[in-house]
Design a protein around this ligand. Sequence first.
Ligand SMILES: [Zn+2]
Ligand SMILES: [Zn+2]
Length: 239
Amino acid sequence: MWHRLLDLLLPLCCAGCETPVQSALFCAACTATLHPGDGDCCPRCGDIRLDPPAGGGTHTCGRCLAEPPPFSRARGAYAYGGALREVVTAWKNAPDHTLGPPLARLMVRRAAATGWAELARDTLVVPVPSAAARLRARGFNPAGVLASGLARALGLPLEPLGLGVGRAVAPTRGLGWRARQRRLAGVYVGEAERVGGRAVLLVDDVMTTGTTARAASRALLRAGAASVEVAALARTPRD
Ligand SMILES: [Zn+2]
Ligand SMILES: [Zn+2]
């Protein structure tokens, strides 16, 4: 109660460094650490290159050429790093529920640049679901919070139950790309009666290797979705 009241009376702080701010999530210095995810990236999967070769422009990455992804296109609103990484970590692991809505707004801010604002009006917004154990431990699905904020801002229909988790999966951290893909095969299950025939915007919080996006997209297409595009708050840049 008193904490709530103090929050109202005290000036707001930057989520990255605790500098007082008016209403934004980040102060100017932390905002400067945000790197837009739609610039120098693979046009298909959104793989970000923070230092593209001089005069290089953007071209389809080797992975998309070798194994085209099941989704039509993927973009991150920002590169994963700097103040954003700290805030997302705090949001997901603390967890601090006050951070969800401003993080969704950060994503909305990139909707024009990423093309999400141009999607057909009947595109269904579907979050990547959390595994049951994660959901119990954390109490919320980060991708679900972002999907709901994005759908509301873009005026698109939200389908939080379009995709489910079919079976428990052992952690994939540290596994190579191919081993990750094998472990995630069949983990997600699309709900045919919810996504059948629909263009889907699949939303995730952080897109790293793209194996989750691929597995989730494949499940949606198998359930009859007409197409899948992927929107992430943050995309881990290529080393
Ligand atoms: Zn700051
Ligand atoms: Zn690519």
